[in-house]
Each structure stands twice: as C-alpha cells, then as structure tokens.
Design a protein around this ligand. Sequence first.
Ligand code: NAP
Length: 270
Amino acid sequence: MPIDALPRIGLGTYSDDNRDQWDDTVERALDVGYRYVDTAQVYENERYVGDGIAASGVDRDELFLATKTVHVDVPPEAEAVPEAIDGCLDRLGVDAVDLLYVHWPAGVYDPDVVLPAFDEAVADGRVRNVGLSNFAPDLLDEAREVLDAPLAAHQVEMHPLLQQDELVDYAQRHDHWLVAYSPLAQGEVVDVPVLRDIAEKHDATPAQVSLAWLLSKDNVAAIPKASSEAHLRENLAARDLELDDEDVARIEAIDREKRLIDPDHGPWNR
Ligand code: NAP
C-alpha cells in the first residue's frame, strides 16, 4: 500500500455557494470521526476549513489535510508557485499540509516550473507529500520523471458510472493512491438501480455501496462531500460495508459512462 497516513475516506469540501458553511461542517465532520479533509485554493474556502479544524480541538497530528493549487489561471512565473503554496498554508492556518496537489495540468501548467517548487516545499517541510489531479497516464509519466518527491496520490473523478480502470491500474503499479473525487457522482448514485438493489441486500444505502465499491480496490480512497450530519455519518460508515464478488461484478458490468467534471482543458479532451 502507498503512504499509510492517508485515511480511505475523507471529506470533500467543494461548493459553489455558502463557502462560509465549511467551518461548521468541517468541525462537525471531525467530531463524527473524519480525520482527512480535502480542499483547494480555487474553492475559496480554505480559511473556513482552517477555522473548522482549529475549532474542533482535534490535534493537527491526527488530521490528514490536503489542498490543491495551480489551476488554469495561476501565473506562469516560477516565483508564483511558492507564493501560491504559502497562500494556502496562511489561509488554512497551518505550518504544513499533508498533501499538496497540482490541481489541473492545464493552462499555464509547465512541469519544469511547477514541480521543482513543489519539491522545494517538501524539502523545507511546508508540504509532506505531493499529489497530482486530473492527469492522464502520459502526463503522470512526465511529472514523475521531473519530481524528486515520490508521487503520493492522483486525484480524479471516479464512481460506478466512471470506473477509471486504466488509472486504477496505473496507481496500483506505481503504488500511489488514487483518490476518487465526486465518488457519489454528485448524488446521482442514489438513483442507479444496481446500486439500490445491492444496498437493499446489505441493509445499506446506494451511497454506501458506491463508496464500498471504491474501497474494495487496492490503492483507492474517496472524498465524498456532505453537509448534513446524517450524510457525514452514513458515508464514513461505508468503511464497514463489505461487498461480495457478485456485488462487485454487477457494479463493474454497469454499461454507462458519465463524466461530470469535463472542462475543455481536461487532458482527456486533448
Ligand atoms: P460527491 O461527493 O460525489 O457528491 C456530493 C453530493 O452528494 C452532495 O449533493 C451531497 O449532499 C450528496 N450526498 C453526500 N452524501 C450523501 C449520501 N450519503 N446520500 C445521498 N447523497 C449524499 O461530489 P463532489 O462534491 O463533486 O465531489 C467530492 C469532492 O471531491 C469535492 O467536494 C471536492 O473536494 C473534490 N473534487 C475535486 C475535483 C478536482 O478537480 N480535483 C473536482 C471535483 C470535486 P449534501 O451536501 O446535502 O450532503
């Protein structure tokens, strides 16, 4: 298994509006047992996430904190990247993050400019692990060549309607985490008949079946976003749901592919 500090279920924190809800939601999530929080510079909520962590009373050492920088609009100058990293740490109110991702290999992304700045942040202790998000296999190969730090995680959209076999296989071969974003297909999994059937069989919910399917795969972790305490608890409890081979085979036979996050700059659109 890859780095063992990363819990298999974390809290996703992206929302279009009500960014100021995240201090309360993060505090509630830590209270019900989450120890992994995922955010990003572009979500414009790092300050609230940091406030929620501070208010929770959970020791920083017990928490796995991940954020992302280098979106399409980060300026191309090399000195902009260390500044962007410092900005994340300042807003989160921490000295270091456990995982820092390149958010998109797009726009101004240049591996020879961005990745040495990430390595430097690892060397000086501001960043404990390096991740990449929304990459394709050739871009992962290129980045791993440039990076001194080992690749700890690749974060991509993954759920029963977008199964990402090639990237899971890549993660297992190179022994990094594949962190599944939108692991509930933004709530759509609740209406998938196969998942509803399997949920009924296990006295569980379709959201739990989706998460348990992700966790049935080596090297895969998931970061469902949830606001209500009921959803927070339900999603964390998916760790205890064990699917059998027949359940997994039925999910893997779902003949539908739906990508929800699909900007033009996604490398799959090249
Ligand atoms: P998601 O986690 O698949 O789904 C979130 C939606 O599902 C919300 O509407 C939520 O409602 C609902 N939900 C949560 N738990 C549920 C349950 N047990 N039963 C039924 N519905 C439930 O979608 P996401 O927010 O797109 O993805 C999760 C996280 O991934 C983001 O928050 C973000 O941190 C990350 N992400 C990263 C990227 C990237 O480019 N790297 C892109 C997209 C997302 P409530 O809020 O009402 O509970």
